[in-house]
Design a binder for this molecule. Structure first.
Ligand code: MLC
Ligand code: AMP
Length: 521
């Protein structure tokens, strides 16, 4: 393993004078234990706000800690009232809203296991997940997703809207009884060969990761996050929402990402943090709205590589450089540039408190720590393949599939992925899933999907098609994807080719296809 410079140790993330041995990432035991402790300590503290109605009035609705406690308690009882018992799965597929978060917190307080599902998913995507985790309840903001899930299950699913208000006095069981080892989430990450895999995250994993970033980024109760990320992925949910609740801070939940709305919220004197994916920074910069974020004390980027040039251009506008960090659904947050030290463009920094990082063979990044999951839902073979045994008697290493190197300053530089995963605008797309759908088009004889570089999206989904007849256009391919794949997965570029480059084993050489395409806008 030709690593010459070691990664900087995680203790460098701590504030000066902090004792690394005193760091307790498990304090509070469970997510709900940590949340409810904060709520009872400061019942009138405004925790979560969101634009009132359609946002046109400019007014906000706030839930103070006491209201959040009560609303999530009622939601928990409503969910348990369906007959669900602790350990049952709840499919949770909602846009960013206070009701949606309350329902989520209610499910956790009831000891249920939440399965977040992108509300943009179609019947096939929802059906896959439902059939896999067999939810007892679906919390959806559009009943059609409940119907798709029920069809996939062949019946037996209670479908409810996100507003789970219940009259006082309808309490059915004790709440907040989850143990640190109990699963809290099953998050689907898809797989390189078709069937999506659900990463099972325990309360203690989620709590440790939220505490770890809170320590490193000096996140305190005085902070207010401008939250414009989707809530159904690790970034918006586990970092944005859980981080806010664990630290006793507050967040304003925007229903979607709009540069002007983010700038408007950032201008509020209470706002202090913004977390985004690189596409969001690209749009904030391009629209001229980034300057409004200069008054925030911290802007974080993650989920996809932040191009060094975009990092520099953003940092010229902001008061302090963007802080880039690196995470994954299975591991939550692993590595971060420092809050206090230099934030180096083109690097993701060094391990977060409690996290160990190693470069395996071929430079593959491996991680272990209290933040790291330990299995995929009912997929023992995939689990076994994902972990490498440790030689020091410690926990096995999770092999991330990301390739890295350590720079001269001990910062991790990501150099791509060993898998075929495409990341577009922070969303993951697995070529096999898209290829399967494209093959249903009558003019597609053969097809390979790769990610090609784009300034705005990082990568765009690009199809190389061997046509049977006239080559299909982007629009033609969109017709077979419509309603079957979430829109972000459909190809944005199509190239007709006579044949696909294959190696001696018949496998498509994707690198050759990627190299054939220049940079797009
Ligand atoms: C939207 N579109 C996308 C897309 N998002 N296409 C490709 N890739 C994407 N990511 C499509 C829309 O469907 C639409 O299609 C067209 O692009 C333009 O839509 P838009 O309104 O301009 O896009 P918008 O809805 O504003 O979405 C852009 C975005 C969004 C950047 C806000 O992609 C987003 O929220 N990304 C964040 C993803 C995220 O949270 N990832 C975290 C994963 S957790 P049409 O056909 O209608 O034109 C993780 C771990 C970690 O990775 O480390 O954090
Ligand atoms: P997900 O499966 O959605 O959790 O996506 C995780 C993947 O996102 C990681 O394996 C990385 O490939 C990628 N990723 C996350 N953060 C970064 C970053 N800062 N730079 C580069 N890639 C990142």
């Amino acid at each position: 393993m030709p690593v010459t410079t070691p990664l900087r140790p995680w203790r460098e993330h701590l504030s000066t004078g902090s004792d690394p041995t005193s760091v307790d990432l498990g304090a509070g035991g469970t997510l709900v234990g940590a949340f409810t402790a904060r709520w009872s300590a400061e019942p009138s503290f405004p925790v979560l706000g969101a634009p009132d109605g359609d946002g046109a009035t400019g007014r906000y609705r706030w839930l103070v800690a006491d209201e959040l406690e009560e609303a999530s308690r009622r939601a928990a009882h409503r969910l348990l009232g369906t007959g669900a018992v602790p350990g049952d799965r709840v499919m949770w597929s909602v846009g960013s809203s206070l009701e949606g978060i309350v329902a989520h917190l209610g499910a956790l307080r009831a000891g249920l296991v939440v399965v977040p599902v992108n509300p943009a998913y179609g019947a096939r995507e929802v059906g896959h997940i439902a059939a896999d985790v067999r939810p007892r309840v679906a919390v959806v903001d559009d009943p059609v997703r409940g119907r798709w899930a029920r069809e996939a299950l062949g019946g037996d699913l209670v479908v409810v809207g996100p507003d789970l208000a219940l009259p006082e006095g309808s309490e059915v069981a004790a709440l907040d009884a989850a143990a640190p080892d109990d699963p809290a989430l099953v998050c689907f990450t898809s797989g390189t060969t078709g069937r999506p895999k659900g990463a099972v995250l325990r309360h203690r994993n989620l709590l440790a990761s939220a505490r770890s970033v809170a320590l490193a980024w000096r996140w305190t109760a005085d902070d207010r996050l401008v939250h414009a990320l989707p809530v159904f992925h690790a970034h918006g949910l586990c970092v944005g929402i859980y981080g806010t609740l664990v630290t006793g801070a507050s967040a304003v939940l925007l229903p979607s990402f709009d540069p002007g709305a983010v700038a408007g919220q950032a201008a509020s004197p209470s706002s202090s943090l913004f977390f985004g994916v690189p596409t969001m920074y690209h749009r904030l910069l391009g629209s001229g709205h980034l300057a409004a974020l200069a008054r925030l004390r911290l802007c974080v980027s993650g989920s996809a590589p932040l191009a060094a040039d975009l990092h520099r251009r953003c940092s010229e506008v902001l008061a302090t450089p963007v802080l880039e960090r690196y995470g994954m659904t299975e591991t939550l947050m692993n590595v971060s540039n420092p809050f206090a030290g230099p934030r180096r463009a083109g690097t993701v920094g060094f391990p977060l408190p409690g996290v160990e990082v190693q470069l395996g063979s071929g430079g593959e990044v491996r991680v272990r720590g209290p933040n790291v999951f330990d299995h995929y839902w009912e997929r023992p073979a995939a689990t076994a393949e994902a972990f490498a045994p440790a030689t020091d008697g410690g926990a096995p290493w999770f092999a991330t599939g990301d390739l890295g190197a350590v720079d001269d300053d001990g910062y991790l530089v990501l150099r791509g992925r060993s898998s075929e995963l495409v990341i577009t605008g922070g969303f993951n797309v697995y070529p096999a899933e898209v290829e399967d759908v494209l093959r249903t088009h009558p003019s597609v004889a053969d097809v390979a999907v790769v990610g090609t570089p784009s300034e705005e999206w990082g990568e765009v989904v690009t199809a190389f098609v061997v046509a049977d007849g006239p080559p299909p256009t982007v629009e033609d391919l969109a017709t077979v994807c419509a309603g079957v794949l979430a829109d972000y997965k459909r190809p944005r570029l199509v190239h007709a080719v006579d044949r696909l480059p294959r190696n001696s084993l018949g496998k498509v050489v994707r690198a050759e296809l990627r190299a054939a395409v220049g940079r797009t806008g």
